[in-house]
Design a protein around this ligand. Structure first.
Ligand code: FES
Length: 593
């Protein structure tokens, strides 16, 4: 046992023994802690030799994608017991992407803060992190990183393939596609409403390469899951098998003193960027990875995403960029088969939770369906070159986004990657909904739709609204994509030529986004990584943000929202709260009784 590496535990003791040990004096504190926990556990359960494993469980009936995690938790618990540990269910804050208002992103940092404090405050030696829906895995990893004890992720897994009228219907992606068809008059509203049961058929998170799937890919590429587990469909028996194995593994990790800080390094963060680019993962990964890195004190910048991603070809043909769904990816060989194709682009040094490097798991990995996973020599999109913007995340800069903005080339239309058009500006999502289908709206297919006031501070919480539906009169012309620009985010299941995360956001001091007027010309040049508002500087210096825009910004009143608005950082650094960046370790210094 290497106890000095185990959270805040002192040398040669488990961290939990700070609570359960017999200690000095009359031993009253240990007595209290053991007595309240016994309840049928054997006498040796809290003898200081059996690692106490918290299974941080985001199961909730109001997080439908994570509803099944209680079953997963039981399998983890079984594995922990088999290895001689004590597995303890620890329900933590859960965030359901589709239900939580105003946006689950407002609560990611709150969930991470609550989780962190509960991890630290309780007598635990290791963590198994059960997540699924978009924000749950990032929040769990941020929290665990700030505590620094051994931790493993079990991603809850995607739902089964959706099928509608003989075609795959991706969760989320299908909604965007079919609702556009209704607005264009090419699909009846009744048919659209009847498609929901075809889209969501089982337990599990969204089955596209949306944010939840991307977070599972991220966790595995970071080394934080048992290799090969990410992407196992939620109803698949192999998820429970892997969960049980994870239970055994975490006990071993505690004995070995292998902490989250040993697994997540700059090298593994860059490996995660490579994996996400090869899979065509969600743009939300940028914010979450930077926030996780920030908790560990590892420098990771927007430019890392562009530089690393530019070397990576797109290999995975999943919606929203492609045709297939997560179940198909799993059956085609899964993430390890993808990573085997780009093994030369991975840092071989970072270890996984097993103690072995990720690259050790890539030999002899076969692709079973080249329609779903393209081989390296025939990629869906080549790595960036003079002719292509590449598959990863492109970071754009210019006077409109001096701190950066991002675009996902694989989800965008090639003919719009270089574009000049006149701005049509919306000062809030409500303003957009009120005017988008107005027949008198001065908009053409070449226009650039701008939605602002949707950044972390302004909204607050940076909602996924940037993939604006196209105006009806444009849809009726047969057009299905336009350039859109926003300081908000885009759902990982969405697609289109959408410039996101513009920083500084409109609500921040010095924002040029806040100064754009209808009719101003915007120049997008993805190949040259540029986004420019073509208005003379002297003219911009004369402008001020419109009263409607300023009036729409969130007001700091009370509670979490106030704390959030006063302390949230920009999207370009991960949108964590300034006082949550970094770590406090696992030590609890005060006596509890
Ligand atoms: Fe939960 Fe998509 S809504 S993963």
């Amino acid at each position: 046992m290497v106890a000095e590496n185990i959270g805040g535990g002192s040398r040669e003791r488990l961290r939990s023994d700070e609570w359960y040990g017999y200690g000095d004096g009359d031993g009253r504190d240990g007595y209290i802690h053991r007595a309240w926990m016994r309840r049928g556990y054997p006498e040796d359960a809290f003898d200081g030799k059996r690692p106490q494993i918290a299974i941080a469980n985001t199961a909730s009936d109001l997080t439908p994608c994570n509803m099944h995690l209680d079953e997963v938790m039981q399998s983890v618990k079984l594995g922990v017991a088999e290895a001689g540990g004590i597995g303890l269910d620890l329900p933590v804050v859960s965030l359901g992407e589709t239900l939580v208002k105003p946006t689950a992103m407002l609560w990611r940092n709150m969930a991470a803060m609550a989780m962190e404090e509960m991890f630290r405050a309780n007598p635990i030696d290791g963590l198994v992190l059960l997540g699924g829906c978009d924000k749950t895995i990032p929040a769990l990893l941020m929290a665990a990183a700030s505590v620094g004890i051994p931790a493993v992720v079990v991603p809850g897994g995607p739902m089964m393939n959706g099928m509608f009228r003989g075609k795959r219907m991706g969760c989320g992606t299908g909604t965007w596609q079919l609702s556009e068809e209704v607005r264009a008059g090419t699909l009846s509203k009744e048919a659209f409403l009847a498609s929901d049961r075809s889209m969501i058929r089982s337990k599990g998170h969204c089955n596209t390469m949306g944010t939840a799937s991307t977070m599972a890919v991220m966790a595995e590429a970071l080394g934080m899951t048992i290799p090969g587990l990410a992407g196992t469909p939620a109803p698949d028996a192999r998820l429970l098998e892997g969960s049980q194995a994870t239970g055994r593994l975490i006990v071993d990790m505690v004995h070995q003193g292998r902490t989250i800080g040993d697994v997540i390094t700059r090298g593994s963060l860059l490996n995660a960027i490579t994996a996400i680019a090869a899979c065509g993962g969600s743009t939300n990964a940028v914010i979450h990875l930077m926030a996780i890195a920030g908790r560990l004190g590892i420098e990771l910048t927007l430019d890392d995403f562009d530089e690393v991603g530019a070397r990576v070809p797109l290999l995975v043909n999943l919606q929203p960029s492609g045709a297939y769904l997560m179940e198909d990816l799993y059956n085609a060989g899964g993430l390890l088969a993808v990573l085997a194709e780009v093994k030369d682009l991975l840092d071989p040094a970072p270890i996984t939770v097993t103690g072995r490097p990720l690259v050790d798991y890539l030999d002899d990995r076969a692709i079973w369906n080249t329609e779903v996973i393209a081989p390296r020599d025939a990629p869906l999109i080549s790595a960036a070159s003079d002719d292509t913007a590449g598959a990863g995340i492109a970071v754009l800069r210019g006077n409109l986004a001096p701190n950066g903005a991002i675009i996902k080339p694989s989800a965008a239309s090639p003919h719009l990657m270089q574009h000049r058009g006149k701005a049509v500006v919306f000062d809030s999502i409500e303003d957009f909904h009120a005017r988008v289908d107005d027949p008198d709206l001065d908009v053409t297919p070449d226009s650039v739709l701008i939605l602002r006031g949707c950044g972390p501070m302004g909204y607050p919480g940076m909602p996924e609204v940037a993939n604006l539906p196209l105006p009806q009169k444009i849809l009726q012309q047969g057009v299905r994509d336009m350039v859109r620009i926003s300081d908000g985010r885009m759902s990982g299941t969405a697609y289109g030529t959408v410039v996101l995360h513009v920083a500084p956001e409109a609500a921040a001091a010095g924002s040029v986004l806040a100064l754009v007027h209808d009719g101003d010309e915007i120049v997008l040049d993805v190949a040259n990584r540029s986004i420019v508002l073509d208005v003379p500087e002297e003219e911009l210096a004369r402008r001020t943000p419109s009263p409607a825009l300023v009036e729409g910004y969130a007001k700091a009143t009370r509670g979490w929202e106030r704390l959030y608005i006063e302390h949230v950082q920009g999207a370009d650094t991960g949108a964590d709260l300034d006082f949550l960046v970094g770590a406090s370790g696992g030590e609890v210094s005060r006596e509890s009784h």
